[in-house]
Write a protein that binds this ligand. Structure first.
Ligand code: SF4
Length: 243
């Protein structure tokens, strides 16, 4: 990721920075990555760090005094299911330490169901109720998300469904009843909670920092839209919450 305020030629010894712009085509064939392994500078940085499971588990253990009111550890992303094996191992370790664990996921990997014995709270995103629309925009059908939702709600009442309300995608009035049907079809108990999250642009700056174009047109979800979705859900027996 780049910070344009600090992006100057000295950030890259290979000449990839010119006039405050990083030529990423040079980075893709650069093995040394001296900008992040060599002298410290603030113009270019890696946005992630790798940790061993032992280290994360130890940190969670050390943080136990901070877990009050049934609190604990939440594994989120990105998307946790892209590291499913490591996530499973970490959850097992935390369970052995009697640490309450929540996971936040889009539910798109059926392997998530194997985590059920180790998860105390599920937060599952449902982005669209229509399988074809879901596939077109997300890349996969919502059928696996439906199955994971079903299995999680069979196992526990501690499931929160999150729906990001996105302009032009799923936030029309006609969409509210579609979500009711999808959730009814896949949820195995009555007292499941739902939260609607109006689309926001908190991540916009990161696209630029990663050298990507932010293509979403500037639109906001009016409060009345959220109110309408919540009212529709409530009228159909669901509980809406704000976290
Ligand atoms: S990865 Fe870093 S050192 Fe390599 S070309 Fe890109 S900016 Fe330069």
């Amino acid at each position: 990721m780049t910070d344009k305020e600090w992006l100057y030629e000295g950030c890259c010894e290979k000449g990839a920075v010119r006039d405050g712009t990083l030529d990423r085509s040079l980075c893709s064939v650069c093995e040394e990555k001296g900008c992040v392994t060599g002298n410290r500078q603030r113009g270019i940085r890696l946005s992630c760090r790798e940790y061993e499971i032992d280290d994360i588990a130890a940190e969670c253990e050390r943080s136990k005094p901070l877990y009050f009111d049934n609190g604990g550890v939440t594994l989120t992303g990105g998307e946790i299911s892209v590291q499913l094996e490591a996530v499973g191992e970490l959850l097992k370790r935390l369970k052995q330490s009697s640490i309450s664990c929540a996971v936040e996921t889009n539910g798109s990997n059926i392997g998530l169901a194997e985590l059920i014995p180790f998860v105390d709270h599920w937060i599952i995103d449902v982005k669209h109720y229509d399988a074809e629309v879901h596939k077109k925009w997300v890349g996969v059908s919502n059928s696996v998300t439906g199955k994971v939702l079903q299995k999680a709600t069979e196992a526990t009442e501690n499931v929160l469904i999150r729906v990001p309300l996105i302009p032009g995608f799923n936030a029309g009035k006609e969409d509210a009843s579609g979500f009711v049907s999808f959730i009814r079809q896949h949820v195995c108990r009555d007292n499941i909670k739902i939260e609607f999250l109006p689309y926001h642009e908190f991540g916009k700056a990161k696209w630029e920092q990663c050298g990507l174009a932010y293509k979403m047109p500037a639109q906001k979800i009016p409060k009345e839209t959220v109110d309408f979705f919540e009212k529709t859900m409530t009228e159909n027996g669901f509980t809406c919450i704000h976290t």
